[in-house]
Design a protein around this ligand. Structure first.
Ligand SMILES: [Ca+2]
Ligand SMILES: [Ca+2]
Length: 169
């Protein structure tokens, strides 16, 4: 009887862990679910609003592991012919210095970008002096490291649902 209870307990625990997966169209990593919108190109603001409609945020990349996960996933989704072109392989993430020039922030979670950064060499360069590159994109040609870019450019984007795996399960 005791072993039956234990095995039931194990089964219930196992099923509830598996059932707490991401919604269809989203991919789980750690405590978040991610939606990779590579065929839908938007300005940075429109991309952010599109994530909000999904009750999610424009992705905040806070660790090297999360960065590797996203880069690896994007490599499988973006065609190799596009990967060498800035405009074809750029993907918006949730960082900007819209509020205060030079202070980069994960806007949706209102957190200054301090501990982890992954700028491409020479970035951020604020657009060669005209100070209007206020939004962060990752660029395939540069191994999905970060560039500051003009927010009005249309690019693919990644949404993140923090604790999404728990919310669904
Ligand atoms: Ca994150
Ligand atoms: Ca730049």
């Amino acid at each position: 009887m005791k072993s039956l209870v234990l095995s039931l307990l194990f089964t219930v625990t196992y099923i509830s862990t598996v059932a707490c997966a991401c919604q269809s169209g989203w991919t789980g990593f750690r405590d978040s679910c991610y939606q990779f919108n590579v065929d839908n190109k938007q300005s940075w603001n429109d991309a952010k609003n599109a994530c909000h409609k999904e009750h999610a945020t424009l992705v905040a990349i806070e660790t090297q592991e999360e960065s590797d996960f996203i880069a690896d996933h994007l490599k499988t989704l973006i065609s190799s012919s596009d990967i060498h072109h800035d405009s074809a392989s750029s993907v918006w993430i949730g960082g900007s210095d819209n509020d205060t020039e030079g202070f980069w922030k994960w806007t949706d979670i209102n957190q200054l970008i301090l501990e982890y950064t992954n700028w491409a060499p020479g970035e951020p360069d604020t657009g060669a002096g005209d100070h209007d590159e206020d939004c962060i994109g990752v660029v395939g040609k540069q191994h999905f490291q970060w560039q500051d870019r003009r927010c009005s450019e249309s690019h693919s984007y990644v949404c993140e649902l923090i604790n999404g795996s728990h919310a669904v399960g």
